[in-house]
Design a protein around this ligand. Structure first.
Ligand code: S3P
Length: 438
């Protein structure tokens, strides 16, 4: 795909449903007693892998219309053993959360994935789940393909997360659903809390305790059935997907776009705080709640951005947004410093490296450290004119297409296919706003 200079971005766009929330809605709906109805579900490849896996384990998940789904769940403990390997494609969230779910059932399942997912570390979920009684066989270094067998009796544990990861937190909690008594996960840095919020919505007792050392303990009472909520689950628009047109509008002169119903859970909204500090003109209108999550309509106008130091404490709340922030920083005036980025190295690609190499090839001045990225912007768009390796990473692909909308020379990406994992309508949506992506 090739992205050439856009004139300006204008209009309204409808951002697809939140990926994290969509996965959880299908998993919990597939486990709950009764009928769960979901609207606004993201129909990207990652989420469809979750739907397929839940089906393979006995849950009825049916598509009624665009983004409109229903589930008839199997009841707690009722997942059946899948007859073939569960293919997870590119999706780390499907894999890590479903490993936790399977580990809480006395069944065996094998997980496979694409070349990107097969490089990603699963040891981080294997370790606590082994303590709960699950048995694993995986490739060297805890990589897929991986087989997990859940025990008859699951042990409840207290587990302090060694890395800030909502996926690890969720895997332990989902296994803990079937454990007797209370399972506790302690996190030093707050990560996205969609699992906690939605489990409560399905009637599970989840309590959060502030500890003296500033950490939080999440307690979950096990062996209680999930009950399908009476009201429809409405998935808010994904703030991580919205980030791409938002940054595109900010860096293209004369732009003004409106994005409606964007999820703004504080544990997801770090990018927006950062952009505001950089001088972005973004207004948040019609603040309201949908499906228990705060949402708002965003109006974004082109802005002259300045470089800032991104506070380390904010990293978990914008962990997926560093690639597109790096694009914004490349067009800003001054230096943007991003630190504590070690987790970026184990996402769909090594995002720190892919961004540093790609931006350099586009003429951006930067330094990359083990866990940091410093970008020197001079207040104008970089040269561009490079072909970027996307390494099976949707966010690398979209970030460089956004950059190409403003560079002197077009930016080409070697593979646009990964975009379908999270944002199938991306190219059309961007072009409707005024981008020039072929
Ligand atoms: C996610 C958690 C994050 C994030 C991912 C989605 C989730 O991963 O990067 O895109 O839905 O729980 P980590 O748990 O690895 O930080």
């Amino acid at each position: 795909m090739k992205s050439s200079k856009a004139q300006k971005l204008n209009g309204n766009a409808s951002i697809p449903g939140d990926k994290s929330i969509s996965h959880r809605a299908l998993m919990f709906g597939g486990l709950a007693v009764g009928r769960t109805e979901i609207k606004g579900l993201l129909e990207g490849e990652d989420v469809l892998h979750t739907a397929e896996a839940m089906r393979a384990m006995g849950a009825e998940t049916t598509r009624l219309g665009e983004g409109h789904w229903e589930c008839h769940g199997v009841g707690l403990g009722g997942l059946k053993e899948p007859e073939t390997a569960l293919e997870m494609g590119n999706s780390g969230t499907s894999t890590r959360l479903l490993i936790g779910l399977v580990a809480g059932h006395p069944v065996t399942a094998t997980f496979t994935g694409d070349a990107s997912l097969s490089k990603r570390p699963m040891g981080r979920v294997m370790k606590p789940l082994e303590q709960m009684g699950a048995v694993f066989a995986a490739r060297e270094g805890g990589k897929l393909p991986l087989t997990v067998t859940g025990p008859k009796d699951i042990l409840n544990i207290d587990y302090r997360l060694p890395v800030a990861s909502a996926q690890v937190k969720s895997a332990v909690m989902l296994c803990g659903l079937n454990a007797r008594g209370r399972t506790t996960v302690i996190e030093d840095k707050p990560t996205r809390d969609h699992t906690e919020n939605m489990l409560r919505h399905f009637g599970i007792e989840v309590e959060v305790e502030d500890l003296e050392d500033g950490a939080q303990a999440i307690h979950l009472m096990g062996q209680k059935d999930l009950v399908a909520p009476k009201e429809i689950i409405t998935v808010p628009a994904d703030p991580s997907s919205a980030a791409f047109p938002v940054v595109a509008a900010l860096i293209n002169q004369g732009s003004e776009i409106t994005l409606s119903g964007i999820g703004l859970n504080p544990r997801r909204a770090g990018l927006y705080d950062t952009l505001l500090e950089m001088g972005a003109e973004i207004t948040f209108e019609n603040k309201r709640e949908e499906g228990g999550e705060p949402i708002a309509d965003l109006i974004v106008r082109s802005s002259s951005l300045k470089g800032i130091d991104v506070p380390e404490a904010r990293v978990p709340s914008m962990i997926d947004e560093f690639p597109v922030l790096a694009v914004a920083a490349s067009c800003a005036n001054g230096t943007t410093r991003m630190r504590a980025l070690e987790e970026l190295r184990v996402k769909e690609s090594d995002r720190l490296l892919m961004m540093a190499e790609g931006l350099k090839a586009c003429g951006v001045e930067l330094e990359m450290g083990e866990d940091s990225l410093t970008i020197h912007g001079n207040g104008r768009a970089p040269r561009g004119g490079a072909t970027i390796k996307t390494a099976l990473d949707h966010r690398i692909a979209m970030s460089f297409l956004v950059l190409g909308s403003v560079t002197d020379e077009p930016v080409t990406i070697d593979d646009g296919a990964p975009i379908k994992t999270s944002f199938p309508s991306f190219v059309q949506l961007m072009n409707n706003l005024g981008a020039a992506i072929e």
